[in-house]
Design a protein around this ligand. Structure first.
Ligand code: DHB
Ligand code: FE
Length: 285
């Protein structure tokens, strides 16, 4: 059977993708940030997933404002790298897992989550930057990816509770798939940042670190935080953090099992206009 073995959480700042693509990670501005991912790269090469269920948001690149699914699942065999205006990032095409995705779609919809089925889904920096942060610059990504896209762009956005519940549904879906697969759940976006208006550049270290504390130790309490608190405390784009609750909901402790182990935790300011946060949780052995 398939099983969830770990969850990974990371910001997806597009400028970090550009730094990797252009070989600039050793520059003084970037070095401390990429140093924070070295332990995770070592860990993931020792604990490679067969599939990553990658929870991310599109930034009006593949999903425009004509139709806005709250939750969508990528069911295709392959996902092209989106052109965000400067040509696609020079990274490998993302290979899906159509069998697992079809099973997850069936299972999750029957658990009463109305997923939109995305049979064609170019993937933007929200999905490709986390892959690059964790895997570096391989010729091919070392695992398949099932994208789960969450609307955090256009209000109303889903609540933390709904996101945690989707994670629980993802766990049940994965655990009822017959193939022998190690599956990671990744939550991406955040941390505090605001890209526009008088508060552009907002960073809230105290709130971000409390979010990390509670994501580890009190996910159910954290899931009750209303979206207006994210926006007030973490800026208009800080709402991306609600997606981390989807990945957290997929861990065993939310299904009555033991708490996960913290493999790695990292927080860094600045990266472009944002605070960068990163966490790796592994299921208890
Ligand atoms: C920036 C951060 C994001 O998360 C994003 O999606 C776009 C831009 C930024 O810091 O510039
Ligand atoms: Fe973003």
């Amino acid at each position: 059977m398939a099983r969830i073995t770990a969850s990974v959480y990371t910001s997806h700042v597009p400028a970090t993708g550009v730094a990797m693509d252009r070989g600039r990670t050793g520059e003084p501005y970037w070095r401390p940030l990429f140093a924070g991912y070295e332990a995770s790269r070592e860990w993931i090469s020792a604990n490679p997933p067969d599939v990553v269920v990658l929870v991310y948001n599109d930034h009006a690149n593949a999903i425009g404002l004509d139709m806005i699914p709250t939750f969508a699942i990528g069911t295709a065999a392959r996902f092209p790298v989106a052109d965000e205006g400067w040509g696609p990032r020079p990274v490998p095409e993302v290979v899906g897992h159509a069998g697992l995705a079809a099973h997850m779609t069936q299972s999750i919809i029957q658990q009463d989550f109305d997923l939109t089925i995305a049979n064609r889904l170019p993937v933007d920096h929200g999905l490709t930057v986390p892959l690059s942060l964790m895997f570096g610059q391989p010729d091919r990504w070392p695992c398949a990816v099932v994208p789960v896209a969450v609307n955090v762009i256009q209000y109303p956005v889903p609540s933390g509770r709904r996101c945690l519940g989707l994670g629980r549904a993802i766990r049940r879906a994965v655990e009822s798939f017959d193939d022998d697969l190690d599956v990671h759940a990744w939550g991406t976006g955040g941390m505090s940042h605001q890209l526009q208006g008088p508060r552009a550049g907002l960073i809230n270290r105290a709130w971000d670190n409390a979010f990390l504390d509670r994501l580890v130790a009190d996910p159910e309490g954290l899931a009750c935080v209303p979206h207006v608190e994210y926006v007030r405390e973490a800026g208009s784009e800080g709402i991306e953090l609600v997606m981390w609750l989807v990945a957290r909901g997929a861990m065993a402790d939310l299904a009555g099992g033991p708490p996960p182990q913290v493999v790695h935790r990292f927080y860094h300011v600045p990266a472009s206009n944002t605070a960068v946060g990163h966490l790796v949780l592994q299921e208890a052995a």
